[in-house]
Design a protein. Sequence first.
Length: 403
Amino acid sequence: MNTMTDEVVVTGIGTVSSFGLDADALWEAVCSGRYHPGTPQAEGGHRTIRVPQEDLVPVLGTKGLRFVHGASRFLLAASAVALEEAGLPAGTVDPDRLGIVVGSNYANLHTADLYDRTLLTEGPRAVSAMEAPNLLVNAPAALLGVRLQARACNTTISTGACAGLDALGYAMTLLRRGKADCILVGGTEELSPELLGIYTMAGALPEDPSGDTGRPFDASSRGITPGEGAVAVVLERRSHAEGRGARILAGLASWTSGCAAGRTPGKREKSLSRVIGEALYKASADPGEVGLVVSGACGLAALDEPEAEALQSLFGGRPTPVCAIKGVTGETGGAGGLFQLFAAVRSQASGIVPATAGARVTVPPQPPLSLTAEPQRRSPDERRPALLTALDLSGTVSAVVIR
């Protein structure tokens, strides 16, 4: 079979979130639109959504983790769950045909900062050589590749909030070119004081920590609610998955990415509109066929407003439901797009369109589409294409269409 025309499918998903490894609890919160306001942090007072580390013990154990930090732990745990769901326990895939692609922007940021500070203030004898591999953002992908002995590819993508969708797209391209038979796609981020500092300098967090945050498409939201976690997804070509009798959860129809020519709302809207339109064209899908939009809206007006305008211009007047899930997970950077994929896959399987957690007053005044305030039921047999969108402050934009 021509690998370029062989559909890429999802056969396993694992999640690590504020609900630990419990994907069903995460889906219930996403489905019902249960807004998570975040927990205030001692430093700076900003509210964040964190992963309970103790919940990872059943998968990771407690030994050999001294130099394995948050983002890497999250990815290892999510990957173990995804491989088990796909029916691919470790060691059952030819290492030369197994690849790793991870979306992450700030993995081990705190470790790298502490290492550099110690090196500068106390000298080289005060730092451990064992920490050196953790100074790079690709540390989680590298560690996962070593654990699985995956040799087909090992790539880390750092395109901000678009990294998760871009990782899916990159892996899709590699599979279609026959570079691997199976690719484990992950997205992972961990919270740290340094990351909160970056968000503050970027204007993503409010000056007043008590301000309302993380409410997608909401005029009262003053910024993001930082979150952490990981999602891992097993991708294969359909012929390979069917050949081994795997259960297929969804198909990836297309991916497109781009970058706005400027950081004004108008430029962002134009770029996202173009990228969405191109993704639908590649998927041979008309806007009227789309059954669900899982938006990357995060509660920051600088991003939500141009996305709302783009969706309105492309889908306005149609009853296509739009939901956003970052009111539950928080802004998880490289993992965000994969959390959106998780929500879309569960929505198609259950026939339930999730509510938008935290949304109250839409921006702009008219909803971009039918923004879901409550869960909506539809027939599970009605598997219309779903659109996933992402927009980053840097200007990068991405869209993925699944079936």
